[in-house]
Design a binder for this molecule. Sequence first.
Ligand code: MF3
Ligand code: CO
Length: 265
Amino acid sequence: MIVCRSKAEIEKLRRVNRLVARILADIRRMAVPGATTREIDAAAEALVGEAGAVPAFKGYHGYPATVCASINEQVVHGIPSNRRLAEGDVLSLDIGAKLDGFFGDCAVTVPVGRVSDDAVRLLRVTEEALFHGIEAVRPGVRVSDIGAAVQRHVEAHGFSVVREFVGHGIGTALHEEPQIANYGPGGYGPRLAEGMVLAIEPMVNRGGPGVKVLGDGWTAVTRDGSLSAHFEHTVVVTLDGCEILTLLEDDASRVRERMGAAVRS
Ligand code: MF3
Ligand code: CO
């Protein structure tokens, strides 16, 4: 069953999602050459705690940290460590938190210093693909219309979509129904309705779509070693589209310029 949230519940979801978006905006600035992902994780954990919230990933099936920090060919679920970021890396930061019984979840991939033109293009296309997915969201469309929009954009630019991980409903649990694949034909799955809350999170590889999980049981990497990017927003379905709960006003104007007026926060 997919839950449709009440106005009061949506307000709580707004608060926690805005919180994770703000924290992500803070910690992404720490992604500079020489920094370790453990330092970034520690800062995130402190900010979550100061806000009276609880990290959502820490302890989830034994995951050991507040953020996922995935570097270069790491797709998602990289564990923060003492590895130092280097000029030219790309870093995906994913953060989730729980506040007042409700969950927030968002992710971004950022360049570390100056990165290759290829990396810039991969990041741009992945974030655009996320917004194409978001633009597909409105009452009456089917869940798979989201993934179809994502995949179309990604493949039009010669990149590939990861199949093994999906977006998800979110609310009083981090992962609720439905699962939201980032590929496949449109027109399938449940119809969206006002009040549904969805975390949409495409993962895009420079090379082939294949991924494997490393021996730590968490870190997913591309099979061919190619670069990977990941962006995530949590949205609530509204009467005529959706509201992005994790989009800060600063970011909204930047995205609007690129994607058009449809983007609302
Ligand atoms: N954004 C990811 C997700 O929603 C992060 C989960 S990491 C985990 O699935 F540790 F919680 F699994
Ligand atoms: Co998620």
